[in-house]
Write a protein that binds this ligand. Sequence first.
Ligand code: APR
Length: 318
Amino acid sequence: MKKISLIGAGQIGGTLAHLIALKKLANVVLFDVSEGLAKGKALDIAQSSAVEGFNVNIKGTSNYEDTKDSDVIIITAGVPRKPGMSRDDLLAINLKIIKQVSDGIKTTSPKAFVICITNPLDVIVSALQKYTNFKHNKVVGMAGILDTSRFIFFLSEHLGVETSKIKSFVLGGHGDSMVAMLNHTYIDGKPISELVKNGKLKKDKLDFIINRTKNGGAEIVKFLEKGSAFYAPASSGVEMADSYLNNRKKQLPCAAFLNGEYGVKSLYVGVPVIIGSNGVEKVIEIDLSPTEKENFNKSIDSVKKLYEAAIKIDPTLK
Ligand code: APR
């Protein structure tokens, strides 16, 4: 059995542990600074094993030694948004937390594939790589799968087409600046532009759906009042871990390190990548229309700006 350590045993961490157990993907170590939370959730999930028929080991802890030699680490340690907050508002506090997490994992699991979920995603994943000095292909952020899944769900709901029959993906930073790739969106095999042309999908409705996707997280924060989305983020993180552990070489939109691809250097941002047993094995460069390129560049600029704000908080990130 492989070993996945979950750093953060809150809403997303607990859901990740549950999904990993149900899918029998790996043994799980659930780590949190709140030891009782980690232990309590681990025990609760373990007690469902007889009913669910899984045979994976689940341990709760607040000791990094227990996470030693993990194959995969998924990080959700941090604070979530409150209503009215943007992901960027979390920067200072989550940056400090990610430094502590980096110190905890860098000597104990130097070979792990590390998936970051903590927001503001693109900047936190960059900081995590800098703090740990792990290889860029072994540190990746979860955002694009979630944004894409939200977009597909909203389209499916509006058009009455099963989600499995819709193909799409999004690029760019996680948040308001994400770019829905309309030229790569197919509904039941047909380009989405065809549906817009023949009136099956009104242009203003499509714009509304794109906007709703950008604000998909905020919509949930507003409903919940306390905490942010966790089911769909956890599912998205598990898909990445599964592709790595089982060498599925799936093409998935993730926050990956760009070294010249898409004309961007030394920045983590959402792009399609192949995830297999070597981590991020390839960044897929797709052709962008002039409007997509313009929106992508805007998205890059907002990620860069936030990274500069991070450097102001911690100059070692330069
Ligand atoms: N080390 C380990 N765990 C920590 C640390 C730390 N230094 N600081 C906080 N935590 C733990 C908290 O104790 C809490 O249990 O992180 C957990 C976060 O859980 P939640 O508050 O329930 O947040 P969650 O909804 O899981 O979201 C976590 O993911 O999507 C992002 O924006 C979201 O940044 C947030 C993160």
